[in-house]
Design a protein around this ligand. Structure first.
Ligand code: HAM
Length: 435
């Protein structure tokens, strides 16, 4: 390892070839949202600290322990965004999107920041693709959001994950349940930290993974058994839609998420090949968030955040390689200065019609150049020397089959296309560009 600069602790770099998988995962997750009519939204990477304190919840670990908060040169307290939902709500309110057609359906992708203890799959700069559907409380919309994530994971080729889902109730039933749970917890012999947690967020105690706590809370009252009629119907309706959509789920009444804004439907996608950091995505409904941030009362929303980093790890764990591992389709090998001049132009012509091309730069000889062509993943090599130039020809080599033929220099673009059409992998790449 060099003694020079390193990436900040707990922050992954994505360098080739893994960076291609990172992009493929992010694109697939985003594509699934696009297919359901979610429009792109691009938001600041830092915002007013109070937005997250009020939106995400002051008592959450995310806000109280993990935010990158600093005072800027204008003496304002700002924080790097730890998640996306609060920022989206802020933008919806600020730009009056909630006065248009509802639901407002938005999709975002980018980095988020949490000062967590780094380990595999837990990073201080994490990448998410998220969606938010705001302004309509319809169980079919909850199911749509969940099905988008499920479809994206499936299209990536993942199979080793499951969906856990529960309902956290709403303002009409949660306060009574909370009191009931606190009463139950008060009867237990709890350590100081857990007692404090029981006061601030008793639900979190049910998520305690220690065996002794599991045993102590085995008979604790559960929210799903204390839902109001309306919340129960809502939950049943969501599950019904999921069954019809063919999305498998497990109801986990102890599912607790790390953010305070959730109401009713709450879910998490868990991958069993990832060890401790197994949540590859999660989300839920948030009835009160809009009003809490100064927007219209009564407008609820539902959304998810899918972890791109962890989905890449899940693909690795399952031996799935999403995306195109080839860097280019065509690799040009010039033998001599005049040939290079011509190949530079041909490369431009091929790129202009959407074919990916690289050249052997640096005059490294035929053997070295052909090695570079192989490493690039190209399906076709174009070899051009003085002899071919004089004859107005170019050698086109199919690197998959080894077949090689001379073609007219003037028809090189059409000839390359013809060869590429016979190579299925690259044909797939070209077709996917149409989307
Ligand atoms: P979250 O569960 O905090 O939800 O994060 C969503 C996903 O981001 C997680 O399931 C996980 O895959 C990934 N993730 C979180 N923290 C880390 C980390 N330190 N390192 C790597 N990956 C991580 C939210 O952020 C909500 N805003 C989701 C949402 C949108 N709910 C409603 N709308």
């Amino acid at each position: 390892m060099s003694a020079g600069f390193q990436a900040p602790k707990g922050i992954p770099d994505y360098v080739p070839p893994v960076s291609a998988q990172f992009l493929a995962v992010r694109d697939e997750l985003t594509r699934a949202a696009r297919l359901a009519g979610y429009s792109h939204i691009e938001l600041p990477v830092f915002e007013d600290t109070a937005l997250f304190a009020r939106g995400v919840g002051e008592s959450t670990d995310v806000v109280s322990k993990e935010m990158y908060t600093f005072t800027d040169r204008g003496d304002r307290s700002v924080s790097l965004r730890p998640e996306g939902t609060a920022g989206v709500m802020r933008a919806v309110i600020q730009h009056g999107l909630d006065r248009g057609t509802l639901p407002v359906k938005l999709c975002y992708a980018g980095p988020f920041f949490r000062y967590e203890r780094p380990q595999t799959g837990r990073y201080r700069q994490l990448q998410q693709v998220g969606v938010e559907a705001i302004g309509v409380d319809d169980p079919a919309l909850d199911a749509e959001v969940i099905a988008i994530a499920d479809e994206a994971y499936r299209r990536l080729g993942l199979t080793g994950y499951r969906l856990e889902i529960t309902s956290l109730g709403d303002n009409s039933d949660r306060p009574q349940y909370r009191a009931l749970l606190q009463e139950f917890l008060a009867g237990l012999d709890l350590d100081d930290a857990t007692r404090r947690r029981a006061e601030i967020n008793p639900l979190r105690v049910l998520d305690d993974k220690r065996p002794e706590m599991r045993a102590a809370t085995a008979d604790a009252p559960l929210m799903v058994d204390h839902l109001s009629e309306a919340s129960r119907e809502h939950f049943e309706a969501v599950l019904g839609h999921l069954r019809r959509l063919g999305v498998s789920y497990e109801v986990n009444p102890r599912l607790v998420r790390g953010l305070d804004y959730y109401t009713k439907t709450t879910f998490e996608f868990v991958h069993d090949g990832l060890g401790a950091q197994s949540g590859i995505g999660g989300g839920g409904r948030y009835d009160g968030l809009m009003a809490q941030l100064g927007g219209k009362a009564g407008l609820s929303g539902i959304g998810f955040g899918l972890g791109v980093d962890r989905t890449v790890l899940a693909c690795e764990a399952e031996g799935v390689t999403p995306g195109d591992t080839a860097r280019v389709d065509v690799f040009g090998v010039p033998m001599g200065a005049a040939a290079k001049d011509r190949l530079v132009v041909i490369a431009g012509e091929l790129r202009a019609v959407g074919i990916r091309v690289d050249l052997a730069y640096g005059d490294r000889g035929l053997k070295g150049s052909m090695k570079a062509a192989d490493r690039s993943g190209a399906a076709v090599a174009l070899v051009l020397g003085d002899r071919e130039l004089e004859a107005g020809q170019i050698e086109i080599k199919n690197l998959r089959t080894g077949d090689q033929h001379a073609a007219d220099l003037d028809s090189v673009v059409a000839q390359v296309r013809q060869v590429l059409d016979t190579v299925s992998v690259d044909a797939g790449h070209l077709a996917s560009q149409d989307l």
